[in-house]
Design a protein around this ligand. Structure first.
Ligand SMILES: C[S@@+](CC[C@H](N)C(=O)[O-])C[C@H]1O[C@@H](n2cnc3c(N)ncnc32)[C@H](O)[C@@H]1O
Length: 254
């Protein structure tokens, strides 16, 4: 998304806010309805401002952001984590724009990202972008079709991964769970933590996008039951969750 598009979107949102106020003046909205609408507009402005912050000229082309893309707020929070502590290894479930951004965060320090992806065409498209952006030494997009797994009392379709050792990483400093897509079946993101937990570093951070959805709420509950951990959920239009394991040096939200 270009800078001009972002500015145009911001102008549209500001116009919507003005229109909402004008509508109230005509008495068509109750105060509560107006407050709810303004809150939504405010949240979208927050997401836009994160997007503007992320749009540094680090890529050779504007990236194709869509509503499938990880929230810009979550990407910014991940970038903050990189600024605060050494992160060398990242595993991502669900490749996309986030793969390129995290690849860039890691490239500065010679780290590695493995992105699991169940859509073969999408995996190839992202791997091609990775190559074009000169990130092939840092990022591997691993195509893995979905197969049935039995985890935490649920039968779920998740990536065909024998064990975390198949990822070729010593340990995982940061795990981002943004796939498989919800349409692939119920509780699609549940297996990520139980299956990858044995490879997590002591101070690993885990991010889960779309944290407001009832299914993700249930997943977070089951994860916390299985692995004692501290949970933070962001505010805004597209809340994400961040988990750090009990006893981790990152527990205080550092
Ligand atoms: C929530 S998306 C993952 C988004 C990814 N982390 C990103 O930031 O772009 C979950 C899955 O949707 C599928 N998908 C289909 N079209 C997509 C698109 N345009 N962008 C991203 N994911 C897409 C992919 O299989 C992907 O793994």
């Amino acid at each position: 998304m270009s800078g001009e598009t972002l500015v145009a979107l911001a102008v549209v949102l500001a116009a919507m806010a003005a229109a909402t106020v004008a509508t109230l003046a005509y008495g068509r909205y109750s105060k509560r309805q107006l407050e709810r609408r303004l809150k939504r507009i405010e949240a979208r402005l927050g997401e836009l401002s994160s997007l503007v912050t992320l749009q540094e000229p680090v890529f050779s082309r504007p990236l194709p952001w869509t509503s499938w893309t990880l929230s810009a707020g979550c990407l910014l929070r991940i970038r903050d984590s990189f600024a605060k502590r050494p992160i060398r290894t990242v595993v991502e479930c669900g490749a996309g724009i986030s793969t390129l951004h995290i690849g860039r965060f890691l490239a500065a320090d010679g780290g590695r990202l493995v992105a699991l992806e169940d859509d073969e065409v999408w995996a190839r498209a992202i791997q091609r972008l990775v190559k074009e952006e000169g990130l092939s030494d840092v990022v591997t997009v691993l195509y893995r079709p979905l197969v049935e797994h039995q985890v935490l009392g649920h039968r779920v379709r998740w990536y065909d991964l024998g064990s975390p050792a198949d990822l070729g990483l010593d340990s995982i400093d940061l795990l981002l769970v943004d796939g498989p897509p919800g349409v692939s079946g119920p509780m699609a993101r549940l297996p990520a933590l139980p299956i990858l937990a044995p490879a997590l570093a002591d101070d690993a951070e885990i991010f889960l996008d779309d944290a407001r959805r009832p299914e993700e709420q249930e997943i977070l509950r089951l994860w916390q039951e299985a692995l004692p951990s501290k949970l933070e959920t962001s505010r805004g239009a597209r809340p994400y969750a961040r988990l750090v394991l009990e006893g981790s040096p990152n527990r205080q939200g550092n």
